[in-house]
Ligand binder design. Structure first.
Ligand code: SF4
Length: 222
């Protein structure tokens, strides 16, 4: 996809949703870090259900240490891999208290040294909390990058590098959310709704899905 088309792609998604935000609920940067860590292989809806009560009680890393691992587990037991996630959240909270005065560092490389924090989680936190131009490639962004041809790659890192190269300045901070929301609600994994897609004419995917009753030959041309 040409750079001008990439710009147009995001301009249209921005028109539909000018101020996109993560669907994870949080009240401060630390809670965002915890929510994103818990969201690996889980839905935002499932994480929000668990964290609503948790975050009423836990607002800082020290609060989390006071709650303890068993206490945390009792809040998040509906989330997949909760045992390992609880261990990581307690360990990263201890490091934040010990080494960072209880603050979340605004540095991707430092964030990825925390237990349970991979590049994707660090990119989300950098983008959502600190407004950094980072591209957190989750399953939606990976699919969208490859389907549309905007950022092709065999691994999340390859797609991230392509996005970093191709997404122009005015769209860089918001692109993460626009792509996730578009992937979640329109360009779905099994049944993309190409017939109502605002960027269908810019998308390079050959097998666009027509509306019910519409013939494939009536699909919009790329
Ligand atoms: S046209 Fe279809 S495949 Fe392309 S971005 Fe839109 S929904 Fe996805």
């Amino acid at each position: 996809m040409k750079k001008a088309d990439v710009f147009e792609f995001f301009r249209r998604l921005a028109e539909e949703n000018p101020a996109p935000e993560t669907e994870l609920e949080y009240g401060n940067v630390y809670q965002l870090l915890v929510a994103v860590t818990l969201s690996a292989q889980a839905t935002d809806v499932g994480v929000n259900k668990a964290t609503r009560k948790l975050f009423a009680q836990v607002k800082t890393p020290q609060d989390m240490l006071d709650l303890g691992e068993d206490g945390l587990k009792s809040h998040i037991k509906t989330i997949g891999l909760f045992n390992a996630k609880a261990k990581n959240v307690i360990a990263l909270s201890a490091i934040l208290v010990r080494d960072f005065g209880g603050e979340v560092p605004a540095d991707r490389d430092v964030l990825t040294t925390l237990p349970g924090v991979g590049r994707k989680t660090a990119n989300v936190v950098m983008n959502c909390a600190f407004g950094a131009e980072t591209f957190a490639v989750d399953t939606h962004i990976f699919r969208l990058g490859n389907r549309t041809g905007m950022a092709k790659g065999k691994t999340p890192l390859a797609v991230e590098k392509q996005l970093d190269k191709k997404v122009p300045a005015p769209c860089r901070v918001g692109s993460h959310h626009w792509m996730i929301l578009h992937g979640r609600y329109v360009c779905k994994a099994r049944s993309p709704e190409c017939w109502r897609c605002a960027v269908a004419d810019l998308c390079g995917w050959k097998d666009k899905v027509p509306a019910k009753g519409e013939k494939a030959s009536a699909r919009r041309k790329v």
